[in-house]
Design a protein. Structure first.
Length: 157
């Protein structure tokens, strides 16, 4: 082997090692989280829009065995300024969500209806993860449980 080949290989190995140190924190414990389609914990929906939005629940764990599943329960909390079938409709009826082997995200869908809101009231819908059948963390691991819920505020256009 030539000296230049050995130096090239050592340089490449050193570069890979340096990159690995900067990859960030890895979580060793399984967790579930929820976010908007853009990865946020909160968003705004305007009253002049009629559409169905998807809020995704993500499972972060080792691959499940063929006969295993993870169930994720959630609740929908509605502020006093909104009414179901007038301002919104929760389309997803499955609760708990069931993650089978190979599935790592599940949707919760809400259809938003055109209807102006009283800006002095609480015009939010919160989807909050409440538990799993495996005791997994809700939200990212850590004391703040980031993305254990998503808050959608309906505002007048």
């Amino acid at each position: 082997m030539s000296l230049s080949f050995i130096i090239c290989c050592l340089s490449f190995s050193a570069a890979l090692s340096a990159c690995a140190d900067q990859e960030g924190e890895w979580f060793n414990e399984p967790y579930v989280r929820i976010s908007t389609s853009t990865g946020l914990s909160s968003t705004v929906v305007l009253t002049n829009v009629r559409n169905t939005n998807t809020y995704s629940v993500y499972l972060s764990s080792q691959p499940l065995a063929d006969n295993d599943s993870v169930e994720v329960s959630y609740e929908v909390i509605v502020g006093d300024g909104l009414q179901e079938d007038v301002d919104y409709k929760v389309v997803t009826t499955q609760n708990p969500l069931v993650f089978l082997p190979g599935i790592y995200d599940m949707p919760i869908r809400i259809r938003w209806l055109k209807n102006r809101v009283d800006p002095t009231k609480d015009n939010t819908v919160t989807i909050r993860l409440t538990g799993t059948n495996k005791g997994y963390n809700l939200g990212f691991p850590g004391p703040d449980h980031v993305q254990s819920e998503v808050v959608i505020e309906k505002k007048n256009e």
